[in-house]
Ligand binder design. Structure first.
Ligand code: FES
Length: 104
């Protein structure tokens, strides 16, 4: 199972993904530059990613807390999600996301 992550330089990385891991953890553990300052507590927005349009409907909708936290970042877009709030499951194999700018 894999996910595909485009970094801020536009380079695409294909990463091994494990069921039950947060997408943020997968990105961080492969050494890509994601701060994830709060460690996945939905309290920082430094794990912000843009989810490819093909995958958005497969994700659980964001909670109010996630939406509020995303609204604190100037780079929020309709495709924005906090990657710590996306639990990887097999149906998400192939998920494609792009790291958002570091603007916090
Ligand atoms: Fe802080 Fe995701 S790691 S909100």
């Amino acid at each position: 199972m894999k996910i595909q992550v485009t970094d801020r330089a536009g380079e695409t990385h294909v990463l091994d993904a494990l069921e039950g891991w947060r997408v943020m953890e997968i990105i961080r553990d492969h050494g890509l530059p994601i701060k994830a300052e709060c460690g996945g507590a939905c309290a920082c927005a430094t794990c912000h990613v843009y989810v490819d349009a093909d995958w958005q409907d497969l994700l659980h909708p964001p909670t109010d807390e996630e939406i509020e936290m995303l609204d604190t970042t100037p780079s929020v877009e309709p495709a924005s999600r906090l990657s710590c709030q996306i639990l990887f499951r097999p149906e998400l194999s192939g998920l494609s996301v792009t790291l958002a700018p570091e603007d916090l």
